[in-house]
Structure formats: structure tokens, C-alpha cells
Design a protein around this ligand. Structure first.
Ligand SMILES: [Fe+2]
Ligand SMILES: [Fe+2]
Length: 403
């Protein structure tokens, strides 16, 4: 047996042949780390490294999967330096370890087992036996902890209990951090909404603008295979995108649209001021770039930094489209509110100039399905026409690149 952290005097458990005092040492340290709120990733790294060491295993991997989203959310591995099982995708992982009812799966002979695909790609040749254990975490999150041996080897019941106990600790650490994240998110949400109300109380014209932009943006982001956290960040970015106007002279805000050059320059500062307001708040750091860049344009002619195309953060590109869409529908002092059909035409015409075409397309798809709340209804066939025009202009542009 290899040395593990903590050391301790050897005491053998019947049948397992392992130094059980070392296991308790590790277990106690991990428990303390969980209760003192240490970094979850580090706790999981410690667990997989110690399981591999205690059992002289080739390697150990802890996957955290979201069964609702069918995705691998995190993976902590120890003992694998080559391209291997640590790199497989969700479907393959579940194919290998799909289990009915039991709390573990044993693959005695990995090389000849049909559940493990593509020998060379996953380094299967170097693996003898694999044993995997399953853990419930919270909601749709599950943990899969797999231990690999170069020879043929199965845990006896006592060893299985040790691995399970350590794996459970990983699940507890994750449960704690995920619940904590949720509480943090709630607090954050309340705070951000408070900020937004403070901002929009200043101007009756824009009242509710940020909330509507945020809601549109959350729906569009939800269509774009982003993580839950990224969708939330985009939503919060929507709520706060114009927070930089909070410090602006009321006189200027009231005259938006009929400003002179000097006043316009002041208004153009609001993304920078907004980002500056958020900068000291570490937990809003993901939102800051969205606020700073929500007036950039796809063709690089926007402000404040003149970023172009995919250099503009995705969340900011989503906000740009939703901001324009909401503003057109709501109207301002200097222009009448538009019919949704006209707003759609303007978005289509602005694609690849002001807007990211993919995001406009996503919004159109949601409108076509009637899934954007709070913007009125539009005929699906009207949307289909403009979707087609948008797609045609995108393919015409990409064809011209090869002429
Ligand atoms: Fe803005
Ligand atoms: Fe805005």
C-alpha cells in the first residue's frame, strides 16, 4: 500500500488487508475540510488521490453529472496522464456505468468488456478491472466514482464500504457547496433587483426596461446550451446593463435621442461607469463584462471598446439584441413604440452589422414558437419569412468569402 496523507499506525481490517487507521485519518481530515467550508474541488481531489493511494489503484475518477441536462458538470481524476476514460462524454459514460438499481458496477475485464468502447482512444489497454460507485447529490446531480486497477481486482465488502464512505463525503461537500451556491444566488438576485428598481425609478419612460430585457435575455440564453449559471449571469446582466446611468444627470436621461455631441459622449460612458460600479463586488464579476460590452456591435463599430464579432462576450451579444428589441417595442420620447413586426424587420436588417445573427435567429425561433413572454404575438409565418431572409443573407455573406 502506498503512503497516504496523515500516516498513522497500521491496523488491519479483517479480509481487506488495508491500513484502516490511514483511512480514518483521511476521513477525519476530509470531514473537517467540509465543515470548515474548504474549497470543494480541493476536497474532491483529496478524496480521489487518497482512494487511489489506499488501494494501490491505477487511478480514480469522480464525475459529477447532471442527469436533467444530460451533461458532465465536473470531473476530478487522479492517476491518469494519458488520453483515457477521463475524457469521455456523458452518453459514453452513462453507457458504461448505466446500472439498474444497484449502487455499484464492477467491470472485471475492461479490455474484453463490450461496454467500454474504442480501446486505444481511452487507454483501455492499460486497465484491468474497474469498479464504479454511485452517489445522489442534490436535484439531478449524481456522482460516479470509478476506481481502476491494472490487474483484475474487485473490492471486498469492507473495502467497498471505505470507498463508499469517502465518496459520500465528496457528495456531502458538493451538496453543501451547491446549496450554498443556491443561497448565494438568491441573495444576489434580491440585491440585483434592488439595484434595478433604484435605477428605473429615475425615469418613467424606461420603467421596467431592464427587467424586460433581462427576461428576454434569459429566454434566449436558455436556448443556447449554456449552463444554468451562465443563463443566470445573462439574466442579471440584463437587470444591470444600464446601471451606469444611475450616476447620470436626470436632464440628459430625459433628453435621450435629442442629445448634442457632448451629451452623447456622456451617455456613451454608461457601460464603463456601470462596469466600474460592479468592479468591487467580487461575486458580480461575471456580470461586469456583459455590462461593459452591451453597446458593442458585431461589425466592431460599437462602444466603449470597439470589440468585434465573437470577441464580444456572448452574454453581452445576447443583451444587445434584447436591449434593442425591448427599446423598439416600448418606444422612447423621441420615437413611437413599434409594432412587433417592424421590430423583427429591424433586427433582421441589423444582423451581422449591429447584432450577432445566431442570436437574432434564436430570438426569432422563440417568437415563432410563441415562447417570448411580454412582447405580444406575431404570426409564425411572418417570422419564418424573416428567418429565411436572415439565413439567406448569412449564407450569401459566407459564400462571398470564397469568391
Ligand atoms: Fe445601455
Ligand atoms: Fe438598455
Amino acid at each position: 500500500m502506498r503512503e497516504v496523507e496523515g500516516g498513522g499506525s497500521p491496523q488491519k481490517e479483517g479480509g481487506s488487508g488495508h491500513d484502516i487507521s490511514q483511512f480514518f485519518e483521511v476521513f477525519t481530515r476530509v470531514s473537517k475540510a467540509i465543515h470548515s467550508g474548504e474549497n470543494t474541488q480541493e476536497i474532491l481531489e483529496r478524496i480521489v488521490a487518497n482512494i487511489a493511494a489506499i488501494f494501490s489503484a491505477k487511478g480514480c475518477i469522480f464525475w459529477i453529472v447532471d442527469q436533467g441536462k444530460k451533461s458532465i458538470e465536473n470531473k476530478i481524476s487522479h492517476g491518469f496522464s494519458y488520453r483515457n476514460l477521463a475524457e469521455i462524454d456523458y452518453e459514453t459514460l452513462m453507457g458504461i456505468f448505466a446500472h439498474e438499481g444497484g449502487d455499484s458496477v464492477f467491470i472485471e475485464d475492461a479490455i474484453n468488456d463490450s461496454r467500454i468502447p474504442n480501446l486505444d482512444k481511452i487507454g483501455k489497454k492499460r486497465v484491468g478491472s474497474i469498479q464504479a460507485f454511485f452517489f445522489d447529490i442534490v436535484r439531478d446531480f449524481r456522482g460516479i466514482l470509478a476506481v481502476y486497477f491494472t490487474d483484475r481486482r474487485q473490492f471486498d465488502p469492507a473495502e467497498g464500504k471505505i470507498v463508499r464512505a469517502l465518496g459520500e463525503q465528496g457528495a456531502i461537500a458538493l451538496q453543501k457547496s451547491l446549496s450554498f451556491d443556491e443561497r448565494m444566488l438568491d441573495t444576489l438576485r434580491q440585491m440585483v433587483e434592488g439595484f434595478t428598481l433604484a435605477l428605473e425609478a429615475k425615469d418613467e419612460q424606461t420603467h421596467g426596461h431592464s427587467v424586460r430585457v433581462a427576461r428576454f435575455a434569459r429566454q434566449v440564453a436558455g436556448e443556447m446550451s449554456l449552463t444554468r449559471a451562465q443563463v443566470e449571469t445573462t439574466y442579471h446582466g440584463g437587470l444591470l446593463h444600464d446601471i451606469g446611468k444611475i450616476g447620470m444627470n436626470d436632464h440628459i436621461i430625459e433628453r435621450l435621442g435629442i442629445l448634442n455631441r457632448k451629451e452623447m459622449d456622456i451617455v456613451r460612458q454608461h457601460p464603463i461607469i456601470g462596469a466600474r460600479i460592479l468592479q468591487p463586488l467580487v461575486f458580480l464579476s461575471d456580470i461586469e463584462p456583459l455590462v461593459r460590452h452591451h453597446h458593442e456591435r458585431w461589425d466592431g463599430t460599437g462602444y466603449p471598446d470597439g470589440l468585434k464579432g465573437s470577441d464580444i462576450p456572448l452574454g453581452a451579444r445576447i443583451l444587445t439584441v434584447c436591449d434593442a428589441f425591448e427599446t423598439m417595442l416600448a418606444g422612447r420620447k423621441h420615437f413611437e413604440k413599434m409594432k412587433i413586426e417592424d421590430a423583427v424587420v429591424n433586427l433582421q436588417l441589423g444582423a451581422a452589422k449591429q447584432f450577432d445573427s445566431d442570436i437574432v435567429l434564436k430570438l426569432f425561433t422563440l417568437l415563432e414558437k410563441g415562447q417570448i413572454e411580454g412582447c405580444g404575438t406575431i404570426s409564425p409565418s411572418y417570422i419564418q419569412i424573416h428567418k429565411r431572409r436572415l439565413q439567406e443573407s448569412v449564407s450569401a455573406r459566407s459564400a462571398s468569402l470564397f469568391i
